[in-house]
Design a protein around this ligand. Structure first.
Ligand code: GDP
Length: 318
């Protein structure tokens, strides 16, 4: 008789967020996985004692750390203490408690903003800590770099198999559509939608429209994270990106087209551009055998369908 292999128990920290919920969806297809989640009311990841108790009690085989305080360019710049402090404390608690509970495997999620503002493009993993950061999101970036280094340190000192995955700019189901705190892609979907409904002639796009950004659908990212969980075990960060980028103006044109808006774009140059470009070099994950599947236009179409279905438009104006 063949033995039934044990199901892997995977704790997804941050399961209600855009990234965490996509990872839960991806793992739900795998009968060999038991998913563990905990709401903020059950386990506040900022509470060190609670996190240690929870992980000591549950002892998952693997942790995917997708919990983070995230936000767009304005939110990062406006709430530096929240972005630095909350992210540091979540990472420190979860990574430290994982080790204390004997959890040998962990996947930490960062962001392409951890790389230097003027890193050679496309940005290789080896660019980390070779130059100054983009000031608008350095608070978040510093916290994420600390998380990467924590994983590396537990690997070096205790032999833990903790890895760090760097996604590019993400978008998808369960994104944040609040104009004050969101990233550009959901912000523009909402702005074009509202302009269309109200019959407005113009949509305001922040900055000059010239910065370049690389956008990956969160379902692709979730697939990449699960792939790396089983195919990568190194101290260095590993990039997981779409492989190409667009200017913010091009992005706005694609969204305008998908949504059938016939008005014009107005650029508000009093708002920051942020980093000029952050296209990642994703050749290492490609060499391992993974590539994204969802094209940008197709991804935007599916997000807009979700946005309409979920009635996200019932929003207050910002
Ligand atoms: P970033 O990649 O960290 O800079 O994050 P964002 O997604 O917030 O911004 C990306 C770029 O889009 C920046 O150059 C913004 O100025 C620009 N952008 C244009 N319109 C908007 C908008 O309505 N909201 C946001 N968040 N960014 C916008």
């Amino acid at each position: 008789m063949t033995a039934v292999p044990a199901r892997r128990r995977i704790f997804v920290a941050g399961h209600s967020g855009m990234v965490g919920s996509a990872i839960v969806r991806r793992l739900s297809n795998d009968p060999g996985v038991e998913i563990l989640t905990a709401s903020r009311a059950e386990v506040d990841l900022r509470d060190q004692t609670r996190v240690h108790t929870y992980l000591a009690e549950t002892r998952p085989d693997i942790i995917i750390l997708a919990a983070a305080k995230v936000g767009g360019i304005l939110a990062n710049d406006t709430y530096p203490a929240d972005f630095l402090y909350e992210n540091l404390i979540i990472e420190t608690n979860v990574i430290g408690a994982a080790h204390a509970a004997g959890v040998d495997r962990l996947v930490f999620l960062g962001s392409s903003c951890i790389y230097p503002k003027f890193a050679p493009q496309p940005i290789a993993e080896s660019s980390l800590l070779t130059g100054p950061l983009e000031p608008t999101n350095e608070w978040y970036a510093i916290a994420k770099i600390a998380g990467i280094k924590l994983c590396e340190a537990f690997r070096k000192q205790h032999g833990r198999h903790y890895i760090s995955v760097m996604p590019c700019n993400l978008y998808g189901t369960n994104d944040n559509f609040d104009l004050k705190t969101s990233h550009v892609l959901p912000a523009l979907i909402r702005k074009f939608h509202e302009a269309k409904v109200a019959g407005q002639k113009e949509v305001v796009v922040w900055g000059t429209g010239t910065p370049l950004r690389e956008f990956l659908h969160v379902d692709d990212l979730a697939d990449g994270v699960v792939f790396l969980m089983d195919h990568y075990d190194g101290a260095e960060t590993i990039n997981c990106g779409a492989g190409s980028d667009v200017t913010i103006k091009e992005l706005a044109e694609i969204i305008k087209d998908v949504m059938g808006f016939s008005g014009t774009l107005v650029f508000d140059t009093t708002k920051p551009d942020g980093t000029p470009r952050k296209l990642m070099d994703s050749s290492r994950i490609a060499a391992l055998g993974w590539k994204p599947r969802i094209g940008l236009k197709q991804g935007i179409e599916s997000v807009y369908e979700w946005f309409l279905r979920e009635k996200v438009p019932v929003l207050t104006s910002a």
